[in-house]
Design a protein around this ligand. Structure first.
Ligand code: GLC
Length: 397
């Protein structure tokens, strides 16, 4: 499939999933299954739209920040879900938005969209929302003050059922349904604890310093610094935050026995291998030697089967290629790894990943996620973020 044909198909897919709500427009992750607006999905949608509909790319990010919390302990939080039709009450005790977040890449997306639009005014409108969002992270999600933020629900990672979350969710060899039920059952606990990370951690509930979440945050803060510079605002504060988090990542996540998320007040390493450490390349959170070691690991069969990159290595006991987040290929994750590879100078590897990802879509369709061994598509067949493969192909050199 050439770039024009790919662009045409991605544009058709996203157009079919677009929703207008009053003055705002967003894109459903998938018809029927995912009718609402999701945070990191919308970022990937904007990154895709920039190639054929930059105005919609901006509209997608603009609608995304509309439900930022403006009052209460969580003022500044941008919710991981916006319910434009208002049916969120079952889980969130309010109709219009969720009370947790998702990987912060709105700044990254905004900067990529700006590359196409050169629209400073749009960046200026978005900037205060992004500032409040990152201030919220520092205020609410770093209870031990070590510069690494914690997630308080697996949904916040976006990797809902990853085997990494089994132990912190107190699950042992769970079925997919059990992980699902545990995530639902965790919501009343968050409400009871006022979403207070410190108290949740003290009482043994899920509170995890996630490797890739913090790496994405570093890249987002670097993007925020670039945006600030474009707007003639002080950028140093963001560069310093990014540098402090990078130092903490290197000091705490990277150990001789591996790179692991840290759980609870004791920062217990979650010794479950995954592709998350490859996302450290995004934001250049590792030194060149560590980057080379990560790329070497990624190139091994367990992470580079027919279709790279599975979120759980194929030789791990928890790996199931067709089970949701237990070891699949997700285009969102592939994009983060692809972009990280390019950030650290691995352009040939990035290109290979882009074209393997394109093969997957060409042969199997725009599914939500794929089996890395067979390519079999799972979940909705019209998943919007799978179109982000376009950004990989359009930038691969
Ligand atoms: C699933 C995924 C999550 C994504 C959402 C919408 O819940 O686990 O990462 O944001 O679907 O696509």
């Amino acid at each position: 499939m050439d770039l024009n044909e790919l662009t045409r198909r991605c544009a058709a897919l996203l157009a079919g999933n677009q929703v207008q709500s009053g003055a705002f427009r967003y894109t459903r992750p998938a018809p029927e299954t995912y009718e609402h607006q999701w945070l990191w999905d919308s970022c990937f949608h904007a990154i895709t739209y920039r190639w054929f509909d930059p105005q919609m790319a901006q509209d997608e990010l603009w609608s995304l920040v509309q439900h930022q919390f403006t009052a209460g302990d969580d003022a500044g939080l941008i919710p991981h879900m916006t319910y434009w039709q208002g049916d969120g009450t079952r889980l969130w005790a309010r109709p219009d938005r969720s009370t947790i977040t998702q990987p912060p890449l709105i700044g990254i997306a905004a900067l990529l969209v700006y590359e196409k639009t050169a629209d400073r005014d749009f960046l200026a409108s978005l900037y205060p929302y992004l500032v409040r969002y990152h201030e919220w992270f520092d205020r609410r999600r770093d209870p031990d003050g070590d510069d690494l933020v914690s997630i308080i629900h697996p949904w916040e990672s976006g990797w809902d059922a990853s085997p990494r979350w089994d132990a912190p969710m107190h699950l042992h060899h769970p079925s997919v349904q059990e992980t699902h039920d545990a995530r639902d059952a965790h919501m009343p606990i968050l409400h009871a604890y006022g979403h207070d990370a410190q108290k949740l951690a003290e009482d043994g509930y899920f509170c995890v310093e996630s490797v890739e979440f913090n790496a994405i945050r570093v890249a987002d803060l670097q993007a925020l610094a670039r945006i600030a510079a474009i707007l003639n605002q002080p950028a140093g504060v963001w560069t310093s935050r990014a540098a402090a988090i990078t130092a903490a990542i290197q000091q705490k996540f990277i150990t001789p026995s591996g790179i692991f998320d840290l759980s609870g007040p004791d920062e217990t390493p979650i010794q479950v291998p995954s592709s998350a450490p490859f996302i450290l390349l995004l934001g250049a959170c590792v030194d060149p030697a560590t980057a080379a070691a990560l790329v070497q690991q990624m190139n091994s069969d367990r992470f580079w089967p027919t279709y790279p990159v599975p979120t759980t290595p194929t030789d791990h006991p928890a790996f199931v290629g067709d089970h949701y987040w237990r070891g699949n290929v997700w285009m969102s994750v592939n994009w983060l790894i692809y972009t990280g590879l390019r950030t650290m100078g691995y352009t040939a590897e990035a290109r290979e990943l882009a074209y393997r990802s394109l093969d997957l879509v060409e042969q199997h369709g725009f599914y939500e996620y794929f089996n890395p061994l067979t390519g079999h598509g799972n979940g909705p067949a019209q998943q919007s973020w799978t179109a982000v493969v376009l950004d990989m192909i359009a930038t691969a050199t």
